[in-house]
Design a protein. Structure first.
Length: 277
């Protein structure tokens, strides 16, 4: 009887997981289905599971569209997201390690000051940041899109909390071998903290890739557009190009899926160790 209940519970759990997985995949199916359809199929009142004609030419049309440099936008987003992720990981991890390990009587005050910036709405700092970037002549440049977003108080908080629980024995052994804080950080701490780096890096990469308002204001020339700005250009007051919008959205999420698949194991481990919700 107990074995039957266990098997029934496992079967029910499997069915539930399959149903949830299908529900999760519905938006992706709609993106691909509508992206490979004609405008008539998308707006047709009679819904069909598959389009009447699969139009693979929509992909070529997307990248050949002279009004939207989508390929350049993808490249810009990749460069911005990668640079922002690497810069944030470097700065936030160094700050977190310093606050957690280097003796300094004002360390807690600095830490609370950093946490206090999380309470400031982004809208409050948006105009001063724009004025500063404009004064430096960084409008429509990658520097203007990347540099103001490099430091993250949230990432600093996560690294600081993680390093507080980092085994001191490893650092003590490094100091016995004559390593200072800098070399201990690079040679001991970083190699043993890959899960939290992967978890924080993925969050930062997703945020940088999906950022819209700042790239919209700073990237005023088409050459500086990101993929999110390019997506918005398919919907205007005059026309809405639905098939290009859907196929562009489907293409734009592929890098995010690749990042998650490549770092999935480390992301899960990092979330478990750092306590990210």
């Amino acid at each position: 009887m107990d074995d039957a209940l266990v098997r029934a519970g496992r079967a029910l759990r499997a069915v539930l997981l399959v149903v949830l997985a299908l529900l999760f995949l519905i938006p992706f199916y709609l993106l691909v289905r509508n992206g490979l359809s004609s405008e008539q199929d998308i707006t047709s009142p009679s819904w069909t599971l598959f389009p009447t004609e699969v139009r693979w030419g929509n992909v070529r049309e997307l990248f050949d569209d002279p009004s939207v440099p989508f390929a350049r936008s993808l490249l810009n987003s990749a460069l911005i997201a990668l640079a922002t992720t690497l810069g944030t990981l470097l700065l936030a991890s160094l700050a977190g390690y310093g606050l957690a390990r280097i003796p300094y009587r004002h360390a807690n005050k600095v830490f609370y000051g950093i946490l206090g910036t999380l309470l400031v709405p982004a809208a409050v700092t948006f105009v001063p940041s724009f004025v500063l970037v404009s004064t430096l002549g960084w409008i429509s440049t990658l520097r203007g899109l990347i540099v103001p977003t490099l430091f993250s108080a949230f990432a600093c908080f996560v690294f600081r909390q993680y390093f507080l629980g980092f085994p001191r024995e490893l650092e003590d052994a490094a100091q016995v071998d004559g390593l200072g804080y800098w070399r201990t950080y690079w040679l001991v701490v970083v190699p043993n903290a890959r899960p939290v780096f992967a978890a924080v890096g993925t969050i930062v990469f997703l945020g940088a890739w999906n950022s819209f308002l700042w790239p919209l204001v700073i990237g005023q020339d088409q050459s500086a557009w990101t993929v999110q700005v390019a997506l918005s250009s398919f919907t205007t007051a005059q026309v809405v190009r639905l098939h290009e919008l859907f196929i562009a959205a489907a293409v734009s999420i592929l890098p995010l899926l690749l990042v998650f698949l490549c770092f999935q194991r480390w992301i899960v481990a990092g979330v478990e160790r750092s306590g990210i919700d």
